[in-house]
Design a protein around this ligand. Structure first.
Ligand code: TA6
Length: 300
């Protein structure tokens, strides 16, 4: 019996939670309820899509995204863990950590009324300890109800404290980058990743006319992506996060990325729910931390 057939036999709920073979032959969980659907790849613990009924897709996926073991998927919600950006001391280690490149395990599926919930896990291994010498259990809980809830829980299962930075690195689909604005970060301080991490302050809503790569700090509030072209607002609420990253690669960086179409910067923006920069998390043995993003669509 194939992996997918075994997963359906053990966890599937026909018409509600189905396991299918996705792009690159990687196993994908499709969850459907009365108001929408979502798909999650076991590779990377990676939410691939979120599609409320009668709405254009909320999450963006590159046409050039790679779906292969060990590769990071360009789009959806990559799980960035246990470090955000370059490794703090060893640039030879993979950018944004290793969790998004690993195969996660299905822990459980719950169907209750119109709510669908999937729980995946990833724990340390000889390979992970060679890169990051700690014992951990990582749990991803994806819940579909009238919104999409994504919770990343870290547990320190070892005997020594460790420090993480992390992100739910959400890629959002937009009508056109020229049309949109992001509110909720007005007056927030940010570190400009394009200007030697200089500390600046956001004045007004965020709009785009060039590459933007900013770590907004000391912010726990919701962000709202206002998209007149799609006649909607997308709200990104969060818990367990004191920083938010906003990124659009614009022309030059888009052209430098093999898994990103040259013009695709026009149709996406990242609003990332993070513990980044100084918003790092120290986790003692036996303790844990939850990082949660809640994504919902509202009328304009
Ligand atoms: O979150 C913004 C960022 O750190 C950018 O600097 C850019 O590197 C982006 O993440 C994508 O990183 P990746 O490793 O997925 O290509």
């Amino acid at each position: 019996m194939s992996d997918v057939a075994q997963l359906n036999a053990q966890f599937g709920v026909p018409g509600r939670v189905m396991f299918v073979e996705g792009r690159g032959g990687l196993p994908v969980v499709e969850m459907v309820n009365g108001v929408g659907k979502t798909a999650v790849s076991l590779h990377g613990g990676h939410v691939l899509s979120y599609e409320p009924n009668d709405q254009a897709p909320v999450l963006w996926m590159s046409q050039l995204a790679e779906f292969a073991p060990g590769k990071a998927i360009r789009g959806g919600i990559p799980v960035i863990w246990p470090w955000f950006g370059s490794h703090p001391s060893d640039s030879s280690k993979p950018s944004h950590g290793f969790a998004r490149r690993q195969l996660w395990t299905v822990q459980g599926v719950e169907v209750s009324g119109d709510r669908r919930r999937l729980t995946l896990s990833l724990s340390d291994s000889p390979e992970s300890r060679a890169v990051w010498p700690y014992h951990f259990l990582l749990t991803l809980q994806v819940t579909l109800d009238t919104a999409l809830h994504v919770e990343l829980a870290t547990s320190n299962t070892g005997r020594t404290p460790f420090v993480i930075t992390q992100a739910l690195h959400s890629y959002f689909a937009v009508s056109h980058i020229d049309n949109i604005a992001i509110t909720g970060l007005e007056q927030c301080a940010y570190l400009d990743q394009l200007d030697e991490m200089r500390r600046k302050r956001q004045l007004g809503a965020i709009t785009f006319a060039e590459e933007v790569d900013r770590i907004y700090i000391e912010t726990t509030g919701d962000c709202v992506l206002d998209d007149p072209g799609l006649n909607r607002k997308v709200r990104v609420a969060k818990r367990g996060s004191g920083s938010t990253v906003v990124w659009n690669p614009w022309v030059d960086k888009a052209q430098r990325m093999a898994d990103f179409g040259n013009d695709e910067y026009q149709e996406m923006v990242c609003i990332e729910t993070t513990n980044a920069a100084d918003d790092q998390v120290t986790i003692l043995p036996g303790e844990g931390h939850r990082l949660t993003a809640v994504i919902s669509v509202e009328p304009r």
